[in-house]
Ligand binder design. Structure first.
Ligand code: GDP
Ligand code: MN
Length: 377
C-alpha cells in the first residue's frame, strides 16, 4: 500500500528522522494561511501517488503568502499523470546545498532489507541505475545485527558522499531503518536527502510503501488506505488488512492461501452452493486475524460459513481460538463448518468441542455439510 508523502513524513518524524515543518492544505486559502504562519519561503507539493511531480509542475516554491495562494490555486485541482490533485503539502523552504539519494527496499530474493545510497539525488534513480550503476552503493542488512555503523560508512564512502556529514547521515539512516522496520515498510525512498547550507541533513521528499500483508498489525497506517472500491465490505476488509473479494453467493468462505481458498470455492460449487466471498487470511495468521475475517464475512449476512484451514505456518489452535472469540458473543443463527488439518489440528479440534461450530474431517465433507445445512433452513 502506498502512502502519501505527508503521511510518510509523519511516520519518519515519529522515529526521529528529520523532516521539514509542513502542513496539508486542500484550498488556496489554506495554503496562504500556512505560508503566513511559517513566515518564509514555502514549497507547495501535490499529494498524489505519482513520481516526478517536480518536473510535471506539481512542486513549486512561493516567496510570499500571496504567491503561495497563487501556487496553491495552480496545483490544487491540476491533473498529474491522470490523477487530480486534491491535497497539497505546504512546507517551509530549506536551503539546499546538496541533494543525495537514499533508498531502502525489502529484497524478497535475499529476504533482507537493502539500503541504497547515491550522490545523484533529486534525479530519477532508475535512470542513474541504468546509465551510471556504480554511482549507487548498496548494503544488505543482516536482520540480527541491524544496520551497522560499519555498513553505513561503507555506503557513504562507496557513494562518495561528503565525509563531513558521516555523523548526521549515520543518525539519519539508523532512524530511517527503525521507521522502516516498525511500520512494516516494503520501500522507503528519500529523494532528495538534503544537506542544508547550515550543514544539517533532512528528508526533503519521501516515498513509502507499506507491506499489504502486514496492514493487520498496522491499524494506524491501514486507516490511510484510500477506498477506491464501492463495496463497503471490501473497504472494511482492506482496513483490516485482509485479502478479500466479494462474490455474489451466500456461503461465506475463509481459508489460508489463495490456492486453498480457490479449491474451497470449487468444492462448495460442486455441492451446489454459491460462495459469498473469497477471503484469504494468509500464512501464519493468529487468532485476532481469524476473528477479523469472520466478522467481515458475517457482514455479508451469509446463510452459512465454511472455514477451511490447512495448518502449515498457520496453527489450527490459533484458528480455533479466533473462531471462538468471534462467535463467543454472537447469537449463532447460521451453521459454521470448520475444517482444520495440519499443525496443531488436535489442539484446535479440542478447543472447538462443545461449541456450536460444526467440525468436518475433509474439505469435501465440509463443503457438503455447509451446503446442506445452509440451504436446509
Ligand atoms: P518529486 O519531483 O515528486 O520527486 O518531488 P520532490 O519533493 O523530490 O521535489 C522536487 C525538487 O524540488 C527537489 O529535488 C528539490 O531540488 C526541489 N526543491 C527546491 N527547494 C525545495 C525545498 O525547500 N523543499 C523541497 N522539498 N524541495 C525543494
Ligand atoms: Mn523526489
Amino acid at each position: 500500500m502506498k502512502i502519501h508523502e505527508f503521511q510518510a513524513k509523519q511516520v519518519l518524524a515519529k522515529y526521529g528522522v528529520p523532516t521539514p515543518r509542513g502542513q496539508v492544505a486542500t484550498s488556496p486559502d489554506e495554503v496562504k494561511a500556512i505560508a503566513q504562519e511559517f513566515g518564509k519561503l514555502v514549497v507547495v507539493k501535490a499529494q498524489v501517488h505519482v513520481g516526478g511531480r517536480g518536473k510535471a509542475g506539481g512542486v513549486k516554491l512561493a516567496k510570499s503568502p500571496d504567491e503561495a495562494y497563487e501556487v496553491g490555486k495552480q496545483i490544487l485541482g491540476m491533473d498529474l499523470k491522470g490523477l487530480t490533485v486534491k491535497k497539497v503539502l505546504v512546507e517551509e523552504g530549506i536551503n539546499i546545498a546538496q541533494e543525495y539519494y537514499l533508498g531502502m527496499i525489502f529484497d524478497r530474493d535475499a529476504r533482507k532489507i537493502v539500503v541504497m545510497v547515491s550522490r545523484e539525488g533529486g534525479m530519477d534513480i532508475e535512470e542513474v541505475a541504468e546509465t551510471n550503476p556504480q554511482a549507487i552503493a548498496k548494503a544488505w542488512v543482516d536482520p540480527a545485527l541491524g544496520l551497522t555503523d560499519y555498513q553505513i560508512r561503507q555506503l557513504i564512502f562507496g557513494a562518495k558522499l561528503d565525509r563531513q556529514h558521516v555523523k548526521e547521515i549515520t543518525r539519519f539512516l539508523k532512524a530511517l531503518y527503525q521507521a522502516f522496520l516498525s511500520s512494516d515498510a516494503s520501500l522507503a525512498e528519500i529523494n532528495p536527502l538534503v544537506i542544508t547550507k547550515e550543514g544539517t541533513v533532512i528528508a526533503a521528499d519521501c516515498k513509502m510503501d507499506i507491506d499489504d500483508n502486514a496492514l493487520f498489525r498496522q491499524p494506524e497506517l491501514a486507516a490511510w488506505q484510500e477506498s477506491e472500491a464501492d463495496n463497503p465490505i471490501e473497504d472494511e476488509a482492506r482496513r483490516r488488512g485482509l485479502t478479500y473479494v466479494h462474490l455474489d453467493g451466500d456461503i461465506g468462505i475463509i481459508g489460508n492461501g489463495a490456492g486453498l481458498v480457490m479449491t474451497t470455492l470449487d468444492a462448495v460449487g460442486r455441492e451446489g452452493g454459491k460462495a459469498a466471498d473469497f477471503l484469504d487470511i494468509g500464512g501464519g495468521a493468529r487468532a485476532a486475524v481469524v476473528k477479523n475475517a469472520l466478522e467481515v464475512v458475517m457482514m455479508e449476512k451469509p446463510k452459512g460459513v465454511l472455514i477451511n484451514i490447512f495448518g502449515g505456518i498457520t496453527r489450527c489452535d490459533e484458528v480455533a481460538k479466533g473462531v471462538l472469540e468471534a462467535t463467543g458473543q454472537m447469537e449463532l443463527a447460521i451453521p459454521i463448518v470448520v475444517r482444520l488439518s495440519g499443525t496443531a489440528e488436535e489442539e484446535g479440534r479440542k478447543l472447538l468441542e462443545g461449541s456450536k461450530l460444526i467440525p468436518a474431517a475433509s474439505m469435501q465433507e465440509a463443503a457438503k455439510k455447509v451446503v446442506e445445512l445452509s440451504y436446509a433452513r
